[in-house]
Design a protein around this ligand. Sequence first.
Ligand code: C2E
Ligand code: CA
Ligand code: CA
Ligand code: CA
Length: 278
Amino acid sequence: AKKNSFERFNYYRPYMEEETQHRLHMVRRLRADFAARKLEVWYQPQVDINTGCIIGVEALLRWPQADGSYISPAEFIPLAEYSGLIVDIGAWVIEEACQQIRRFEERGLQNFRIAVNVSVPQFRMRDFPELIEQQLKNHQVRAERLELEITESIVMEDPDFVADILYRLKRQGIQVAIDDFGVGFSSLSYLQKLPLDRLKIDKTFVHNSNQESGRIIIETIVDMAHRLGLGVVAEGIEDEHQLAYFKKLKCAEGQGYYFARPMPAADLSKLLAGEVSG
Ligand code: C2E
Ligand code: CA
Ligand code: CA
Ligand code: CA
């Protein structure tokens, strides 16, 4: 039978509570699994578009489930942010990244970069730059090897505060990229004020490169980055047409399934062993 509006209204509250219950349940599971060291950091190669060489990787969290599946970070990062767990999880991801960089350097891989995503609550921590400095020191990793990917939402949160943090990170030598560039609702003025190294073109733009309007946006971003002296990474390159297009634009770096999917650290080691010997 068709429900009238009164019934629908009545169903509203229990439904909302169910949502909240579910969210709390997921947060508890996430906290327990993190404490039990069940989270994993996977790595996706970033490639020099002209030579095809791997120049770095992006660290991407994975949450394995008992049935062998994974909950997407797009789903659980918001939970981690909302519960505050992201501060500890984020610090752990940076720790893992530092250990990886160390291992690669020991095996003779020079100038290799690991990019780590950073959330708003991490940025708001007191002494975030000092925490990273300490981690780099503990693992004897040069700051230039670490890149932080921040979104425009972090920048817009409190531009002066963010500028201060970024300059403190920059003084150490840490690299900074703007993630999902052009997706947020933000002004461009921060590009002049912040010490940035790179813009990452979001995959939604890359996937629209078969359309005139998509190409106009991409070409404007690439041109602007070049003229501002910033590097560019095209994210989400999935086929050879997209690769050829970004090569033609002289976009230096790419990342996407066409080159490699995110993979566990052990698989990345094997892949890079091939690169070094070959
Ligand atoms: P993001 O930072 O924009 O990361 C890029 C996403 O695009 C990743 O999704 C990656 O697997 C996916 N991707 C890469 N190449 C391709 C491609 O060719 N095609 C398609 N369709 N997708 C591609 P993933 O791993 O599911 O991560 C989702 C988001 O979760 C990330 O988006 C990032 O915002 C967040 N995230 C992941 N790890 C962390 C972390 O350690 N800390 C924080 N704060 N956020 C994280
Ligand atoms: Ca990213
Ligand atoms: Ca993105
Ligand atoms: Ca993102």
